[in-house]
Ligand binder design. Structure first.
Ligand code: 5AD
Ligand code: SF4
Length: 473
């Protein structure tokens, strides 16, 4: 089933009318809104749209919940830990609401697309006035206005519980208040069709659908013209970009077209599913002018048995072959990954396979997670005999290995000079500036704050597990 619902200009104009109604309704005094974001870059990107809408609705933005008249919480459902934090923090908003009974609390994001969560909020979180899903961000003004209209009614009628199932929404032309003026997200697609057995994303974000290449390129050109220096192309699996469109443009071609935009910027992308990372992609990356030689290539597990149970469609040999090919094209490739420890049925032998593969590949950085059962996913009903304590021991061993390898990789930068993008100041008294190499490694620098937002040459003088240290030259 291929779902795609493109939002029309008329539908968008309709939302603008709701913005005007809200503007009028709150015009008597300044109103403040806050957006609290959990989870991945896609959520950060969606929060930028929420902030754009809120500004259009007449709110000023704040980071202070005590000052806010409207709080939108953009949630993540990937692991239980994030969900528990959200429940805790939303519950704590009772205090803010007791002080300001007019406060509107909206909960959106991936958590709300799960029926169990929706019901729990309805039944146990009276503080929440509006529940909306990630597919409904495009019509946030309408939902907010309808929530305002319901005020004063009794019981559940005073609240709006939306978060309807995905309809494959693709929306262009939404307002967006970007975070910062140096780095920008460029979302090219939404949803996922892979159904890795541990993952909730395909259920909450719906089927994969891609934006049209001309819309993406127009946004990329705007970003470059506005002076953004670091553009990260986003999608759950960017390598399958274009599926279902008749444009014939695949991901490497899209990357090549963005790379061709005139200007001085770094082009990054995430995430790549190893099964779809092709030689064509590596060739385009190697030939490109602006593309970072960095791939985030989630391994998840180094055991063939577990990879099969995860429905990942590759094995160790295929993964290693992909890495080898990528490094042939880009000898300076920075490689990062995600690994899940303690997937149901993972044995000590399976885990040893993961450790061995991690050593063999040598990642620059790793994001490591303990498996978290997600209701409704196939893995949640697989037998899982290993105890939490055993998983924790494995996790600690993996982190130790990851840290050692990162430190070794970083040490190899020392004594060399790299072109870096200076992106801000640090709290580090010895190195006042923060910067990134083209490969995405964090650098703490001594240098002139006037360099923020610019490229500079940095000599690396020292390194740690987490960062490189140096000075501008
Ligand atoms: N438990 C633990 N980690 C998970 N991830 C996705 N689902 C789960 C889960 N149920 C991890 C994967 C993915 C990253 C974004 O989050 O490693 O690549
Ligand atoms: Fe989840 Fe797998 Fe899709 Fe990534 S590729 S979002 S891990 S289902």
């Amino acid at each position: 089933m291929y779902e795609r619902k493109e939002i029309t200009q008329q539908e968008l104009d309709g939302q603008r009318l709701y913005c005007e109604k809200i503007r009028d309704a709150i015009a008597a005094r300044p109103h403040f809104a806050m957006v609290d974001t959990y989870g991945c870059q896609q959520n950060e990107s969606d929060s930028e749209i929420l902030r754009g809408w809120l500004l259009d609705c007449g709110y000023s933005l704040t980071d202070d919940p005590a000052q806010a008249d409207m709080i939108a919480v953009n949630t993540c459902a990937v692991r239980e830990h994030a969900e528990l934090r959200v429940f805790g923090n939303v519950g704590a908003l009772n205090h803010a609401k007791a002080k300001n009974p007019e406060l509107i609390v909206a909960v959106g994001g991936c958590m709300t697309q799960q029926e169990t969560v929706k019901n729990r909020i309805r039944d146990s979180f009276r503080v929440v006035d509006l529940v909306f899903g990630p597919h409904e961000v495009w019509k946030f003004p309408e939902l907010l206005w309808k929530t305002m209209e319901r005020r004063g009614r009794r019981g559940n009628k005073s609240r709006l519980i939306a978060a309807e199932p995905s309809q494959g929404v693709v929306a262009e032309g939404l307002p967006r208040q970007r975070d910062g003026s140096i780095k920008a997200w460029l979302s090219i697609m939404n949803g996922c069709d892979n159904f890795c057995t541990y993952c909730i994303v395909p259920y909450v974000r719906g089927r994969e659908r891609s934006r049209r290449p001309e819309d993406i390129l127009a946004e990329a050109r705007q970003l470059v013209a506005a002076g953004y220096k670091d553009i990260t192309v986003l999608g759950q699996n960017v390598n399958s970009y274009g599926k279902g469109l008749d444009s014939g443009v695949d991901f490497p071609e899209l990357l090549r077209a963005i790379d061709a935009i005139r200007g001085d910027f770094v082009l990054r992308f995430m995430t790549s599913h190893p099964k779809d990372a092709t030689e064509k992609l590596f060739r385009v990356m190697a030939e490109s002018e602006k593309c970072a030689h960095h791939i985030h290539l989630p391994l998840q597990s180094g055991s063939d048995r577990i990879l099969k149970a995860m429905n990942r469609h590759y094995d160790r040999a295929k993964y290693l072959e992909t890495v080898k090919l990528a490094r042939q094209y880009m000898p300076d490739l920075v490689l990062t990954t995600d690994i899940i420890v303690g997937f149901p049925g993972e044995t000590e032998a399976d885990f040893s396979d993961t450790l061995a593969l991690v050593e063999e590949v040598g990642y620059d950085a790793m994001f490591t997670f303990i498996y978290s059962p997600r209701t409704g996913t196939p893995a949640a009903s697989m037998p899982d005999p290993a105890s939490r304590a055993e998983k924790q021991v494995r996790f600690d061993r993996l982190v130790e290995t990851a840290n050692r390898i990162s430190a070794e990789k970083h040490a190899a930068y020392v004594g060399k000079t790299y072109r870096v993008l200076v992106d801000g100041e640090t709290n580090d008294p010895q190195h006042n500036l923060s910067a990134r190499t083209k490969g995405g490694r964090l650098v703490h620098l001594i240098g002139d704050p006037a360099l923020i937002g610019r490229f500079a040459e940095a000599e690396i003088t020292d390194s740690s597990t987490w960062a490189l240290f140096g000075k501008t030259v």
